[in-house]
Ligand binder design. Structure first.
Ligand SMILES: [Zn+2]
Ligand SMILES: [Zn+2]
Length: 203
């Protein structure tokens, strides 16, 4: 298998953009704010799609510019449309993701795992072929990701983690929207402490 996962960091805020593909074609997950830098990392490979795990501006700011180069579609869960419009007034995403939807790139599949809580339309992308799950802001290495220091719906976010992420194989790599990666096994060990800490986790 020649398909690989490249990480691109635009610098500020420990943001991770993820590029999944081979030497010919890629899918970009959460492009972040730096279109030129990201497209440099993509190089001359064709962008098949730009997938947004949710609608917060730090991750979708460059989505349209990145998609534009190869006329790729942008994918978003419809419940995050209001957030998307704050960042991109007058523009719409092209693909409405739904739970269980599948994207194909090179020789792997990315499955949409609807995981609301951080935002109403948060999703993760599970790639069984590469043993990885892209978790956006649903779950970082240190726990459920807050937004502006707060948790829009902590209980639902925890529920999504417990119900949809921790059921994946233990060795699965967790590739989040910020900071270092972790694994499902490690997250599983921390989960009870996240439940106990409640929404004040980030304090
Ligand atoms: Zn967010
Ligand atoms: Zn973020």
């Amino acid at each position: 298998m020649t398909t690989r996962i490249d990480q691109f960091s635009p610098g500020a805020g420990d943001i991770n953009a993820w590029i999944v593909g081979d030497d010919e074609e890629v899918i970009v997950i959460d492009p972040g704010p730096d279109a030129a830098g990201l497209l440099d990392a993509v190089g001359d490979r064709e962008v098949l799609a730009v997938i947004c795990t949710h609608g917060h501006a730090d991750h979708i700011a460059a989505a349209l510019q990145v998609a534009e180069r190869d006329e790729a579609p942008v994918a978003l869960h419809p419940k995050d449309r209001p957030l998307w419009r704050e960042a991109h007034p007058g523009e719409e995403a092209d693909i409405e993701m739904e739970d269980g939807g599948v994207f194909e790139v090179a020789d792997v599949r990315l499955e949409v795992v609807y995981s609301p809580g951080h935002t109403p339309g948060s999703v993760c992308l599970y790639c069984e072929d590469l043993g990885a799950v892209f978790t956006g802001h649903v779950m970082l290495a240190e726990g459920p990701a807050p937004h502006d220091g707060e948790y829009p719906d902590y209980a639902r976010q925890l529920n999504a983690i417990g119900e949809y992420l921790l059921t994946l194989p233990a060795e699965t790599r967790v590739l989040p929207g910020h900071g270092p990666e972790t694994t499902i096994a490690t997250a599983e060990k921390k989960f009870d402490s996240w439940v106990a800490a409640g929404p004040n986790l980030g304090d």
